[in-house]
Design a protein around this ligand. Structure first.
Ligand code: FES
Length: 301
């Protein structure tokens, strides 16, 4: 009989831990780069963890056992009681080290992965509803003129929730009304932007809404000199993108301001303008180009 078969064979070295480590590295890089890279890293880490666990389980199952000829087979021993088996015999050192390494890796992976996954998934479960704001009858917005509408975005928060929007009635685009509604939040650090131009008409109050006409040649920020044209495109100073805008709807001849969104730039003007829209982003954050890859992932709002 081949005596070499009487030896126990431990499983060979596995490459799956390397794949797991690569997945964790990709995930960590993704925390700086983008949620897509985080997801790719998480998938790689999970897949290689599964393969690693499967490998260990198989390796233990493949340990070769000695098959002896019947005449050489020793008399069967009585099965020892579990309490009679020493702990180190039940859990050999190599198995203990493999399982503890795997467990530790899983804990570290979970600590790194779960917050990132939370940031990715939580917004879908958080209340994302944006409170729409009625800013008065459409007739209060003269054609092709800017009105500054000042309103409370959340009356329960008091004056800190006071917002201003530059609203221009562009007339009709086909059968749909067209409005340009630009946020006054500077795209540099968030200071309130002002219209560069004189007022026209008198201030009008509609409930909690204040309306004032302006004839701006653009918009300017008093904090660091950021300048924008009448479409909100950055023309000078430190802002990194165009001014944010608001979506809108017209219901019962009233204009309603909806969710804000960010804009990289605008081509054209008025109703015909091509607006390059992006997810609502913080001031100072690039929304396109290579710089946008270098900005950390935003926590859910
Ligand atoms: S906050 Fe507007 S230019 Fe700095």
């Amino acid at each position: 009989m081949d005596q070499s078969r009487e030896h126990l064979h431990a499983p060979g070295p596995s490459l799956w831990p390397v794949g797991f480590a690569v997945g964790v590295v990709v995930l960590l890089v993704g925390l700086v780069v983008s949620t897509t890279v985080v997801a790719i890293g998480a998938v790689i880490a999970v897949v290689f963890t599964v393969l690693w666990v499967r490998d260990i389980a198989r390796g233990r199952g493949l340990v070769e056992t000695t098959v002896l000829e019947p005449e050489m087979r020793p008399a069967p021993k009585a099965t020892p009681h579990l309490s009679d088996v020493r702990l180190e015999d039940r859990y050999p050192r190599n198995v203990f080290l493999e399982l503890s390494t795997l467990g530790l890796g899983g804990v570290v992976g979970g600590v790194v992965t779960l917050p990132a996954l939370g940031f990715m998934i939580a917004p879908a479960f958080l209340k994302q509803g944006v409170k729409e704001q009625d800013v008065g009858p459409v007739s209060d917005y003269p054609l092709n003129k800017y009105m500054v509408a000042t309103f409370d975005s959340d009356p329960s928060q008091g004056t800190v929730a006071r917002r201003a929007a530059f609203v221009r009635n562009n007339g009709m685009l086909g059968s749909q009304p067209s409005f340009t509604i630009i946020s006054s939040r500077c795209a540099h650090l968030g200071c309130p932007v002002q219209p560069n131009g004189p007022k026209f008409g008198s201030e009008k109050k509609v409930g909690d809404i204040t309306l004032q006409g302006y004839l701006p040649s653009g918009f300017g920020c008093p904090c660091h000199g950021g300048q924008y044209d009448t479409e909100g495109n950055r023309t000078a100073g430190p802002p990194v993108r165009a001014l944010d805008r608001y979506s809108f709807s017209v219901r019962n001849n009233h204009l309603w301001i909806g969710a804000p969104f960010s804009v990289s730039h605008v081509d054209g003007t008025g109703a015909e303008a091509l607006i390059h829209k992006w997810t609502y982003s913080y001031p100072g954050q690039h929304v396109d180009g290579i710089e946008s890859w270098l900005y950390p992932i935003e926590p859910p709002r």
